[in-house]
Design a binder for this molecule. Structure first.
Ligand code: 3AM
Length: 175
């Protein structure tokens, strides 16, 4: 039997945004140290699922392929910090309602498949550094960005050397 697969739902940046996120990560790293995320791993987690069987993964692929993800915009206008894990991240002053709604609707669909939504409130963020020192301020080291999205991705988190790499399992239909 194959081992369980660790999966999560995410938004993934297009190549231009990925490059811009990488530049900000580089500048933030100069200030805060820690370990940078691989550029090809930068993402916004919408729903962390954890380990699932291959059969459950097949259900989640079908769920993802049936998801309705209206196109939206997420302004990235602040740096934040989670002391646990020393996570320095990029996010927004205020979560746009459509992004919040996308998160709520995704978890509603997942609850229908027996998955339990998290207790904590949704704080959308892009992890840039782990085990980093706290940033000096919420100001972004560089120009602010806007993330334009139009689909959700189901991601397989695969052990890869000392870290993990993120393989795509499915996308919602692009709008
Ligand atoms: O989106 P970020 O980088 O905050 O830390 C992991 C990453 O978060 C988190 O899920 C995202 C994709 O891997 N993660 C890993 N294990 C987790 C767990 N057991 C977890 N989130 C909640 N519970």
């Amino acid at each position: 039997m194959r081992p369980d697969m660790r999966v999560f739902f995410a938004l993934q940046p297009d190549p231009t945004l990925r490059q811009a996120l990488s530049s900000i990560a580089q500048r933030l790293h100069a200030e805060c140290g820690g370990r940078r995320m691989r550029d090809d791993s930068l993402h916004l987690t919408l729903a962390f699922i954890g380990d699932v069987s291959e059969a459950q993964a097949e259900h989640l692929i079908a769920l993802c392929q049936g998801l309705d993800c209206p196109a939206g915009e997420w302004p990235l206008d602040r740096v934040g910090y989670f002391p646990r894990g020393g996570v320095a991240w990029l996010g927004s002053q205020a979560t746009p309602q459509p992004l919040d709604t996308l998160h709520t609707r995704l978890w509603h669909a997942l609850a229908g498949e027996g998955f339990t939504p998290p207790d904590q409130p949704f704080v959308p963020h892009v992890t840039l550094l782990r085990r980093a020192r706290p940033p000096h301020s919420e100001a972004i080291p560089g120009p602010g960005l806007t993330w334009r999205y139009n689909r959700v991705t189901l991601v397989h988190s695969v052990p890869d050397g000392a870290g993990r790499r993120y393989d795509t399992l499915a996308h919602s239909p692009a709008v």
